[in-house]
Ligand binder design. Structure first.
Ligand SMILES: Cc1ncc(COP(=O)(O)O)c(C=O)c1O
Length: 391
């Protein structure tokens, strides 16, 4: 028996990033006190009103097929939510509901990319991207997000990566793992570049609601790009709903129609009660999300303050998201060695980001899905560990 070549492309380098996480999970399973800061799954409970809305939906018999792209009421609610960031009305016809941003990204790639096409991805990038684009048969062209620029995108770097095979530029803002949020001039220049070279711009905005102290700038807000910009997001992070698998893709109506046709084959609809739970989340007041955002900001501050002055560890305050990226290059260890040593000596698990792309080498990602006390304790352990390396 033989498998299709797609199976050889499913795991990118990024899958190796989880090694430290897996080791930590084994130790926690054995009952050890490991502070695990490896993943981006919120530690908050899903708000009870959302859970209740799901049960009510099931009890009301909403347990049958639904339209492939989602129910109209939900599409309208997503459109309304996204229009706040886009600064223009979004029509229901521009929205497709999918089970999470991950699925939205995957399905989007299938309708935009041919085997052999190139996709430009600023790195360090979210670890699953590689598998997603490679599965579509595309070749990834990395462009650097430079630490010395605070990991902000230099559009000239993107331009240098363009060839006649380039079809798509994929960005993520606020960015995982760097915490950089791209500003309006950068997005404007990027849209103009995509316009000149007839490229799609796919913007992963799953952390859109978790921006600290300023407004999120969506790629959809650059109105000149409305024919070529696709924004992807979900309720995973904003409402602690990772297990619900509730996300969306928003783009030109023709793109949405093509996605709809793909979903007809791929999913044949998504659970109506999950859609209804998401509808309740989108219709509720924003205080749930704003309090989570404030909590992540406060936690990031605890980490940044807790690691200030620690030898061989440099941190900066993220602009949004659920992570602090720490630069450990001065330690002389590579990021995997550094993270393994920290786990071994101090029972703190963080994610080495060398496999997120070359610019992530020598950095580790510290997740903020833990209480301030736990994070403060993690910082004390990190400081002790860093002291042993530098001495
Ligand atoms: C940048 C980025 N995109 C997409 C996802 C996947 O999100 P979802 O749970 O909506 O599939 C994540 C999850 O961590 C992420 O960090």
């Amino acid at each position: 028996v033989r498998y299709a070549t797609i199976t050889t492309r499913l795991d990118g380098d990024g899958s190796r990033a989880w090694h430290v996480h897996d080791l930590a999970a084994e130790r926690i399973e054995r009952g050890e006190d490991v502070i695990a800061l490896t993943i981006g799954d919120p530690d908050f409970v899903t708000p009870p009103a959302i859970v209740e809305a799901m049960f009510a939906s099931v009890r009301a018999g909403r347990t049958h097929y639904s339209p492939a792209r989602g129910h109209d009421a939900l599409l309208d609610a997503i459109a309304l939510r996204v229009s706040r960031h886009a600064g223009r009305p979004i029509a229901r016809e521009e929205v497709v509901f999918l089970p999470g941003a991950q699925a939205a990204l995957y399905a989007t790639c299938l309708v935009l990319l041919e085997p052999g096409d190139e996709v430009i991805v600023p790195e360090p990038a979210y670890a699953t991207y590689e598998g997603v684009f490679m599965t579509a048969g595309a070749t990834i062209v990395h462009v650097p997000l430079r630490p010395e620029r605070g990991f902000h995108l230099d559009v000239a770097d993107v331009e240098r990566g363009i060839t006649e095979r380039t079809r798509v530029v994929v960005i993520n803002t606020p960015q995982n793992p760097t915490g950089a949020a791209f500003d309006e001039p950068t997005l404007r220049a990027l849209v103009a570049l995509c316009e000149r070279h007839d490229l799609w711009l796919v913007s992963d905005e799953v952390y859109a609601e978790l921006v600290f102290g300023k407004r999120h700038v969506s790629a959809l807000s650059i109105h000149e790009g409305r024919e070529r910009v696709i924004a992807i997001s979900s309720l995973s992070k904003s409402h602690a709903m990772t297990g619900f698998r509730h996300g969306w893709a928003v783009g030109p109506a023709e793109f949405a129609d093509n996605l709809d046709r793909l979903l007809q084959s791929m999913l044949f609809g998504s659970p109506p009660f999950i859609q209804d739970a998401g509808l309740a989340a989108l219709q509720a007041a924003d205080d749930v999300t704003s309090s989570m955002c404030a909590a992540y900001e406060a936690r990031a501050r605890v980490v940044v303050d807790g690691l200030a002055g620690v030898p061989g560890v440099r941190v900066r305050m993220p602009e949004g998201g659920m992570f602090v990226l720490a630069d450990v290059r001065e330690s002389g260890l590579d990021d995997l060695e550094w993270a393994l040593g920290l786990l071994e000596q101090e029972a703190v698990a963080v994610l080495p980001t060398g496999t997120f792309g070359p610019s992530g080498r020598g950095h580790v990602r510290i997740g903020l899905a833990a209480s301030e006390d736990r994070l403060a304790e993690a910082c004390r352990r990190i400081a002790r560990y860093a002291g042993t390396i530098s001495s």
